[in-house]
Design a protein around this ligand. Structure first.
Ligand code: KG4
Ligand code: ZN
Length: 371
């Protein structure tokens, strides 16, 4: 069964065709990071407009790359929420129109449940294409295959065993989730304030490093001393699984104030040490909390999903903070927002009998509890 997926919840427009829930035949992402960079964060109206401009040609392109037309797909799937409502609406309305026109079922998918499903996906590196869009089409920069963050080989990863614990770390979400099945997720804890990715973005802004924060903070931290600054590990006492990152951000702000922004910018060593110290505090907090969740669920398998799962130090820190635990990080292209995870999870909805038709009353939901 081949499902065409559409994802437009934030600042990545993505279209994919996935076979039988796992095998990615084509995945195209148009990333808007450069468009939002000059504002220092995602501007919802700008995001919606870019989705609108890019989505339909991407659907054509994605289908053409698999040698298919809309008539050949068995169903369509779309992110229904959570996310930016204007951005979501572009995907939802487009998917409804396409499904109606082609007479295909339309399957609405929960964005976070799809992130939690992302470790099951695989595909030939040649099936992946990422376009970092500019203000004009002539400014687009294209990456294909492994340069687009795709898996290094096309073999299916061994599936995780249920229940596993999912650590969702993205720009909008930080939570620990017990996953009893692809469509059976229970949230164990969430962040009380900032998401982990948001903390990276805010710290990058404080240090004038640019946007998005995660990749620049990671690059600046390279070679830095993570023990130079004693930054807080919030809420680590006891068996508490909740997160809070705003205190950590304030601690970084205090270092900037005490040192002086100009002095900090002029001292590459100091800047690198500060980024390394911040990154270490985030990695240690996330993984120690995950350990508590694993114990509570009686599981020895952790899947780390969402954009922050791209972080190299978080990946390496597993050896120090979670020895003996099997930790799965999907390839980067499946960590950041992508339509393969939407089309993949939709297959499980279809198998459950949720693909009866196209509900033309379907609406986007900015806040959507996981189910
Ligand atoms: O999952 P995602 O693409 O979008 C949301 O659904 O939010 O995550 C984006 C977030 C941003 O906050 C970005 O700074 C962060 O993921 N991120 C990283 C890295 N790459 C992206 N954070 C830390 N290290 C990275 N290498
Ligand atoms: Zn996401």
């Amino acid at each position: 069964m081949r499902i065409l997926g559409i994802e437009t919840s934030c600042d990545e427009t993505s279209v994919a065709v996935v076979e039988d829930g796992r095998h990615v035949l084509s995945n195209i992402i148009a990333s808007q990071v450069r468009v939002h960079a000059r504002f220092g964060g995602v501007v919802p109206e700008v995001a919606s407009r870019a989705h609108l401009q890019r989505l339909l040609p991407m659907v054509d392109d994605c289908l053409a790359r698999t040698g298919m037309t809309l008539a050949d797909v068995d169903a369509l799937a779309v992110t229904r929420g959570p996310g930016l409502v204007g951005a979501l609406l572009v995907g939802v309305e487009t998917a409804k129109a396409l499904a109606w026109a082609a007479g295909k079922p339309l399957i609405p998918v929960h964005h976070i449940a799809a992130h939690l499903y992302s470790p099951f996906l695989f595909g030939d590196p040649a099936a992946f294409r990422t376009i970092v869009i500019g203000e004009h089409a002539a400014d687009d920069v294209e990456h294909a295959g492994e340069a687009a963050g795709a898996p290094a080989d096309a073999t299916p990863p061994p599936p995780l065993r249920h229940p596993y614990v999912g650590l969702v770390v993205s720009g909008g979400h930080t939570s620990l989730v017990r996953v009893d099945g692809p469509l059976d997720c229970t949230v164990l804890s969430e962040t009380a304030d900032d998401a982990a990715g948001e903390a990276f973005d805010k710290v990058a802004k404080l240090l004038d490093l640019g946007y998005p924060g995660g990749p620049v903070v990671e690059a600046t931290a390279r070679g830095g001393d993570p023990a130079r600054f004693a930054l807080p590990r919030p809420m680590l006492a006891g068996d508490n699984m909740d997160f809070s990152f705003s205190g950590l951000k304030t601690a970084v702000m205090k270092v900037v104030r005490d040192t002086g922004a100009d002095a900090l910018r002029a001292d590459a060593r100091l800047l690198s040490d500060l980024c390394a110290s911040f990154q270490e505090a985030v990695a240690e907090t996330l993984l120690r909390k995950a350990r508590i969740a694993l114990r509570a669920c009686g599981s020895r398998q952790l899947a780390v999903v969402g954009g922050v799962a791209c972080n190299g130090r978080l990946r390496d820190a597993v050896a120090a903070y979670l020895p003996g635990v099997e930790v799965v990080f999907p390839p980067p292209v499946f960590c950041t927002d992508n339509a393969s995870m939407i089309a993949g999870l939709a297959w499980h909805h279809a198998m459950r009998g949720d693909a009866a038709g196209a509900d033309l009353a379907l609406n986007a939901e900015a806040d959507l509890p996981i189910r």
